[in-house]
Design a protein around this ligand. Sequence first.
Ligand code: BGC
Length: 407
Amino acid sequence: MIEFPKDFLWGSTTAAYQVEGDNSNSDWWEWEKTKPGIASSGAACRHYQLFREDFNLAKSLGHNSHRLSLEWARIQPEPDKFSQSEIDHYIQVIDHLRSLGIEPIVTLHHFTNPLWLSKIGGWENPQAIQYFLEYAGKIVKSFSGRVKYWVTVNEPMVYTYYSYLVGEWPPQKKSPVTANKVANNLVDAHIRSYRLIHSFYKENKLSPPMVSIAQNMIAFIACQKSLRNNLAVYLRNRLFNFRLINLLYRKRCLDFIGMNYYTRHLVDTRRWSLWELLGNTCAKKHDTLPKNSLGWEIYPQGLYYLLMGLKKYRLPVFILENGICCQDDNQRWDYIREHLKKVHAAMANGVNVIGYLYWSLLDNFEWDKGFAPRFGLCAIDYSDYKRTPRDSARKLAQVASTGLLEE
Ligand code: BGC
């Protein structure tokens, strides 16, 4: 048996836009409507109405923590207006979690923006930082005393990559210059909101908060060892996995490292060019690893390597997302179990992992891929919104409530 510490944080993650439904004031909503072939989020999982039921379910599944995000567009529907009724809604959400003994981990930005912000250039416009700080300030003040763990921005690199570099997500730009600008603005937004949250807690004599980002990390593996492939792996690791963490660590703007981990990328460069070194993935299809229903390879070892790479920072590490979309729920449990074993191995080797959150509590709206990918511990029947916990959810519940996992 493998044993996890008694105070380990167990739970799952959701993001507002993917579960709430009817986020009609957000940029993604507008974008969905204009794109033929792209699914509409519509009522999503109706979590906005059903959050109590959902969190009661999480409680029954042994969860003692839950990561959620707030929909900025609901809270600040216009640049100079905050909606008290939406703030009150989220206070109810957090109070409900607390009443169940579930620790809330609150994300301020998870990929979507208020429509009005996108109309003035979104994150390309440095004014976005100021608006984000006003929003963060309002939230911290309204939620004071209720929240300890904050995630300012979810996966800044992923957002920048899909929205501004490869142009797949709104606003579908394909410009390295713009992408760089956006990434810098998001980093600035984190640093300044980190400081804002800390000063608020200090001024109000609250016990210090734990603030971080959620950094998506990918295991980059060379197909064949060669000077060029090894260099490509080294560069991608630095750029996509560790650059942001290094920067925020140096600026002392991380109280823990929030890590999201799903998969690996095989690296197979064919010539000396920047694109080959940084972007190209292997197309030989000679890998034999099982995959999720979106074709992402399942590679638990990668989680171990990356966790070991985080050891040098001597900060608590919190796994804020790890999950699989699949048709066969046995595959989900295998995925969770094997990743948990790697988490434990890294802990045994000195990495201070404080929690594991599965993505996601519910099947939900998987962005441009719509509702087909099923990531949930609980299945959703979209015809009547009935939630049904899967077997994997019960198996994880067993581990969460005993702290024990069979080897
Ligand atoms: C994102 C989620 C997304 C999940 C699965 C994560 O990177 O934070 O919003 O649903 O990946 O693709």
